[in-house]
Design a protein around this ligand. Sequence first.
Ligand code: BG6
Length: 495
Amino acid sequence: MSATSFDLVLIGGTGDLAWRKLLPALFQAWRHGKLPADGRILAVGRNEMDSAGYREWLQQRFRDLPGPARPGAEAFKRFAALLHYISMDLMQAEPYQRLRRWLKEPQADEGRERAAGTVVLYLATSPHLFPQICGQLCAVGLNGPEVRVVLEKPLGHDLESARAINRAVGAVFSESQALRIDHYLGKSAVQNLTALRFGNALFEPLWRRESIASIEITLAESLGVGTRGEFYERTGALRDMVQNHALQLLTMIAMEPPSTADADAIRNEKLKVLQALKPFTPESARRDVVRGQYRAGVCEGRAVPGYAEEVKVPAHSRCETFVALRTEVCNWRWAGVPFYLRTGKRLAAGTAYIVVNFRAVPHPIFPGPHPANRLVIKLQPEDGLELHLLAAKGHSGAGALAPVSLDLDFDKAFVEDRVGAYERLLLEAIHGRLNLFVRSDEQEEAWRWVEPVLRAWREDDAAGLGPRPYAAGSWGPAAASALVARDGFSWAEES
Ligand code: BG6
């Protein structure tokens, strides 16, 4: 189904997410000619202003965007014709009647009939407001089949709170109307991961325990928490990055081939992976999970403060800014293969990749030792693939092998078609395609899996055992290296 007409309502239209991510992404979609022509974008916020005032406000905000994302004056003016604004107190009932009228009635200045189209309600507000907002939307009938609701993370802080949100949303919208965002699923490299596995015959026969020794997922940031100390203090790296982004990547790596490309065929397979993850016990949560917190250090050539010195972070914080863990997918395909996940702030580099470490040849005939084959799926900053192989070196025939790599750079190969994560996800939401959104059962299963770790850490905190310190600009606590070394592996940057 493709939409020809749409109304996209950004609830939280003056918030950071709206002006930093969503509206720049909508601008790009418009610039690329991908937005259905007959569309309107309605920002909803508390501030009293009219649509003209909002357009001016947004143009000011856009000046803070990095160069390539910043629209020129003429382009902004044409894009801004799609933008409208109404001010609403989300806690009151009456404004929702106004919203309904706005959506149902063509705008006076449009002077033409619009086909009734899709309505996408993007809840870019704090998730604790979701139940209240959904209830009010239902009360004014804004939950019909043409309506989709997009939910931004964090969706809960544990299984119970995630379920409460899902119940409240589910009382008003069907599962196929509720689109849970995990922006990692919108990244081009993640699309390529599915293409690599299921669009090519080459790798799938090797994609199993017989050929693969271990898998590493690294999501490293060189940035600190910046001004988000208050949010981060309540969240931490496990909830912020592992429960959602890292686990979603793991499911895409480990899932069985779905029988079709339908959203539910894919999401059923992803769910099975989450259900097959080895559950943590109090012992394994301490043995197989390393948590760390950055101290002052030098990051990208600049002296930076430690986490506990950041704005709105208490001096004795026990919040983790780094997690490394080892898990397994307990099924026939993956039994015994370690999956290592690692994420952190203020690490040595801002980079994200997945490394598939293949097994060594069963019977070496060349003098060695040699590194085993490796496939590196680069997620960012580059989007590409590196296949590390061995080749005969020079004229020395059977004597010497040298490492060589096949290097695919998708940014160069598809220069014209680069699409940002939010741009892709917003377009998918407008067109009602659910493949890239997380189903409630996936999300709850991911919470179920991380909960024993959260419990073990709460107990450790009470016993005075906090996260391990690491210097900003390093690759995290030494214990993270020890975690993989125990199995005879090393993280990519160490090998
Ligand atoms: C968000 C987290 O979900 O992802 C942030 O809340 C994190 O803390 C961000 O910085 C990382 O996303 P990306 O796309 O920059 O890797």
